[in-house]
Design a protein around this ligand. Sequence first.
Ligand SMILES: O=C(O)CCC(=O)C(=O)O
Ligand SMILES: [Fe+2]
Length: 359
Amino acid sequence: MPGLIKFPTFPADVPTHPLLVIDYTLLKAGDHDELDKFWKAATELGFWYLKNHGIDHEVNAMFDLGAQTFALPAEEKVPYSYKGDGSSFGYKPIGTNVIDEKGTRDTTEAMDVAQDDVLAYPKSVHHTYPVTVRENMNSVLRPFVEKSMEINMYFLSIMDDRLGLPQGTLAGLNKPEEPNGGTVRLIRAAPAITPNAQTFVTAHTDFGALTLLHNRLGGLQVLVPGVETWQYVKPLEGHIICNIGDALHFFSGGILRSNIHRVIPPPKEQAKLERWSLVFFTRPNFNAPLRPLSQHSTIIANAVVHAPNPGKFDTGMTAGEWLAHRNAATRATKYKDPSTWKASFKGTEDREILGVVEN
Ligand SMILES: O=C(O)CCC(=O)C(=O)O
Ligand SMILES: [Fe+2]
């Protein structure tokens, strides 16, 4: 799917949840209102749109690379599959994950390229990749990764300020020089077999620190606090959908929100098309303990003390262990029965998500 193809627009009569729109240029200029809006988005829903980010060219090139990669015959993709249940670097064939408590297998194909492997290329840190990925590491993946990292590092520096952390604290926990779970993910989902009756990506909170999502078609839905039904997030041209993951929720003692989302087939006319998405995950250094940074910030220390269940932010795991644990919980090879699956597939959500009313 070449990056510049035009798609049928998101249907006007399907309800959506409007995210706050953050202007990256204003944010970088230190605009106070924009910084306040960013903080509101980060703490209330944990999702926002970002415009004026200057990354469109790199995104289009990534979608083209996705098209070339998924078009390869299976024998040129399957040998590069994820290694082991806890890892999500490499190729993910259809059916690797389960999407519900009954153990139904997923129908999406994905290619996950580790940030570490992109930055170290031609050295391999975690995995090796199909020929199309290798040949485009320096020309396509590296520029996309570098620009995405710059955006997320800027978000982290604002969060340091607002959380009362010494400048550089959150960047120090997400250092590209140390092994980490940072990943570029390309996802392809075939046209829906039964619209509205199929899940592409099961309800989850993201496992890392920050996610940048580039969607062309609808399908992404969020469960907004206080609302009982899933709501679509409409893709807006030129806008990145940004969200917060579990690690920042734990580091901030719950001040930053890692919100539940899922992917179902796009609505109406869009459901007839293949759905593509491109995701960039900033995930902390594997050795970073996932617990509140209370010793560095009285704001965080206070938030933890006043939380209904202060102990819940201290996972007793490192970011690497958390990633492996959450990855393994999605794997079909690990599926046993409904209750075991529900218990293992838990992120930072504060309510029962798997039995939520469908709309
Ligand atoms: O494809 C999408 O729109 C979202 C994918 C997602 O949530 C994820 O990979 O974590
Ligand atoms: Fe996600």
